[in-house]
Design a protein. Structure first.
Length: 467
């Protein structure tokens, strides 16, 4: 837990965690009587309501989001000073009206417009006098960087990296030490992509959103209708799919103790459930309440065509691209992410106990943590997911987008054999085989022990007879 910030004395700010220093600065500014300073709760509510209007109740449990965005802003301050009139580079004033107006305008455009080009958004910000470019538009590169970064914060599909590439490029953060996974193809691309749609910009970095399962299902139906059903299915992505996903056998406790897999928590949604098999690391997204924020409250026909939040601007329903997600796929992705925490942690007693020893948020205070993560992972029962907890899940029905990632995890366990007595004791994937093994071991050991004792008694008896 981070140390409490007292009203007097700020010499302890060096010992504060990353989010704590922002809170200390704001408290200091408020004591100085700066009327422009916006309180942390109000700023956090405004950030969240810009993404999903009418989410005030949920925003009360998402105080972490304001602290998280504040940490990201620091890398963009030089760009904001050059682009936004009257923007103050004073670190004490985090939530300046100019930045909040920028945030609101970008979120509103992504929710209500089909033209998602970054350059179009920049022109709109100039028209609204939020941005001010010089006559030669030399700071256009900075404007593109700011808009690209803010969209990443509002969708959490990527984190933009600043200061690591030439001015004419966009870059996403390498949070996994060079591991690119199954989707990322490149960490950089030229800023000329800003003239294209947002979907094309994202695809320049790889398939950051899982591909649509509709094409896989259609391929399966077509292949079953042909004579070479088996041969055709073998090339389908769903071939040899997991028959079921059982939390009793596929959970984080088993992956850790038997599979030797370690957890690395990530702030990027597209990294969730990916496995770095070389380093034995699984990446888990640590902000599930952001998924809940973006899940539509209803599933009627109107909601299927409505763009609820900025994350839905990352899909393109007008383009027939089997490698890119549509709006239905994004809704499934959000729901599957929420349910995956129940499978890995919540439905298994040993995994729940294991989670309580983890520290996904380090030394951050409770206001800087996502309380929903604790709800999903540490409680035996949780009614926050759309689906009720079950003993078995159908990969194609319950996890159409994450089924391949679960299959990889399943294969890790299948290819890993318990090598120590401790692992044998903890490996209960096949409860019948586990019980049979230990019963045979116990009764067999007792039988050997009794036979040995009987042999000793016979030797003693023979010795006594001869004596």
């Amino acid at each position: 837990m981070s140390p409490r910030i007292e009203r007097q004395g700020t010499d302890n700010r060096r010992s504060l965690p990353p989010f704590g220093k922002f809170r200390a600065r704001l408290e200091r500014r408020k004591r100085q009587g700066n009327k422009r300073a916006t309180s942390w709760p109000d700023a956090s509510y405004r950030l969240i309501e810009a993404i999903n209007p009418g989410s005030r109740e949920l925003a009360k449990s998402m105080t972490w989001y304001g602290f998280w965005v504040a940490e990201q802003i620091t890398s963009l301050r030089p760009c904001l000073v050059n682009l936004i009139p009257d923007y103050d580079n004073d670190d004490n004033d985090l939530w300046q009206p100019q930045f909040l107006n920028l945030w609101d305008r970008i979120a509103l455009h992504l929710r209500t417009n089909t033209d998602t080009r970054i350059d179009t958004i920049i022109d709109l910000l100039i028209k609204d006098e939020i941005f001010q470019l010089d006559q030669e538009r030399k700071n256009l590169f900075q404007a593109r960087q700011v808009v690209f970064s803010v969209i990443g914060w509002q969708t959490m599909i990527w984190k933009a990296e600043t200061g690591v590439c030439p001015p004419g490029q966009l870059a996403i953060s390498d949070e996994r030490n060079g591991f690119q996974g199954e989707n990322e193809l490149s960490f950089r691309q030229d800023q000329s992509c800003c003239k294209r749609s947002l979907q094309q910009v994202i695809m320049g970095f790889g398939i950051l959103l899982p591909s649509s399962p509709q094409c896989r299902l259609e391929l399966r139906r077509e292949s079953q209708a042909t004579e070479g059903t088996t041969a055709a299915l073998s090339s389908s992505p769903n071939y040899n799919c997991l028959p079921t996903i059982s939390p009793a056998s596929l959970n984080m406790f088993m992956l850790s103790t038997v599979g030797g897999i370690r957890i690395q928590w990530t702030d990027v949604l597209s990294h969730h459930l990916e496995l770095n098999n070389k380093d034995r690391i699984i990446y888990l997204y640590r902000f599930p309440s952001f998924c809940l924020l973006n899940v539509p409250a209803t599933s009627d026909e109107e909601s299927k065509t409505e763009r609820h939040t900025p994350i839905y601007a990352c899909c393109d329903s007008t383009v027939n691209n089997k490698y890119w997600a549509g709006q239905d796929d994004i809704r499934d992705l959000l729901r599957e992410t929420l349910l995956s925490y129940r499978v890995l942690f919540g439905q298994d007693k040993r995994s729940r106990k294991m989670y309580k020893r983890l520290r996904p948020f380090g030394d951050c205070s409770k206001r800087e943590q996502d309380v929903l993560l604790n709800e999903l992972c540490s409680r035996e029962h949780c009614d926050l997911t759309a689906n009720e907890d079950r003993d078995n899940y159908d990969p194609c029905e319950d996890f159409p987008l994450y089924s391949n990632r679960f299959k990889v995890l399943h294969q890790v366990l299948m290819n890993t054999k318990a090598r120590t007595w401790k692992q044998l004791w903890k490996d209960k994937r096949d409860s019948a085989a586990w019980l049979t093994f230990w019963l045979l071991l116990i009764f067999g050991g007792l039988g050997v022990m009794f036979s040995f004792m009987q042999m000793i008694l016979q030797v003693i008896a023979i010795s006594l007879d001869r004596g």
